[in-house]
Design a protein around this ligand. Structure first.
Ligand code: ZN
Length: 240
């Protein structure tokens, strides 16, 4: 087989291995990213919950103040009742007392509702905080574990990258350039095998005449469809 093609096949193998390492590292990093995001989401919920709780406290204070005003008002009107002479004045005071009593009753109901809401919010928030705490502990452990795994993968990657450097230095610059371009354009697969006359990069058939040339392995051939570099292996595996 043409020496350039042999070198390109070896280079492709190395690059696929490197891509595999990169995939592994990214997958491991993603696990940490997802866990961190889950904690961030919960922390946001906790902070929103605390804001709502503050609003409710504010409402509670306002209503309590209104309620106290109404109580004072009733006392005042009751005192005044003893001093008034006409029944008309008496009726007017009674009406005001009734209105304030109604206001107090409504305020008390609203206060009860607010207290229930506050309690519910606080329970939910406490539960979230507990979950968050657990998730943070897991994240800390996982981060250490993942970092060790990544270090391991990167060590292997460095060795393979070294091999790539040596291999690529043996290739003619123009061939290496074309290969690198293809690698970038074709999602990391620039050199592919042909099986039963089919390109294994795009799975399109190669014209029989070109396929014969590829079988000889004397010249470099590109797939007419995907333009990847093609090669033929002596013992063609059976198609699945
Ligand atoms: Zn192709």
């Amino acid at each position: 087989m043409n020496e350039d093609i042999v070198k390109l096949i070896a280079l492709q193998e190395v690059d696929s291995e490197i891509a595999g390492f990169d995939r592994q590292v990214n997958e491991k990093k993603q696990v940490i990213t997802d866990r961190t995001q889950s904690i961030t989401d919960k922390e946001l919920q906790i902070s929103q919950s605390s804001q709502k709780s503050e609003d409710l406290t504010q409402q509670h204070n306002e209503i309590t103040a209104q309620l106290e005003d109404a109580q004072i008002m009733i006392k005042e009107r009751q005192n005044k009742m003893m001093l008034v002479q006409t029944s008309r004045e008496h009726q007017a005071l009674l009406k005001e007392i009734e209105e304030n009593k109604k206001l107090i009753k409504e305020s008390e109901e609203r206060l009860l509702l607010i207290m229930e809401q506050t309690e519910k919010l606080e329970n939910e928030s406490q539960e979230l905080q507990n979950i968050c705490k657990g998730e943070k502990e897991i994240l800390d452990e996982e981060t250490i574990k993942v970092q060790k795994q990544i270090d391991k993968v990167n060590k292997r990657r460095t060795k393979v990258a070294d091999k790539r450097g040596k291999l690529s230095s043996k290739l003619k610059p123009n061939i290496l350039k074309r290969y690198n371009l293809l690698l970038a354009k074709k999602s990391g697969v620039a050199v592919v095998q042909t099986i039963n006359g089919v390109c294994q990069g795009c799975y399109m058939s190669i014209p029989p005449q070109q396929f014969n040339v590829i079988r000889k392995g004397e010249t470099m051939n590109l797939c007419p469809t995907c333009h990847r570099i093609l090669y033929y292996k002596e013992k063609e595996p059976e198609a699945v």
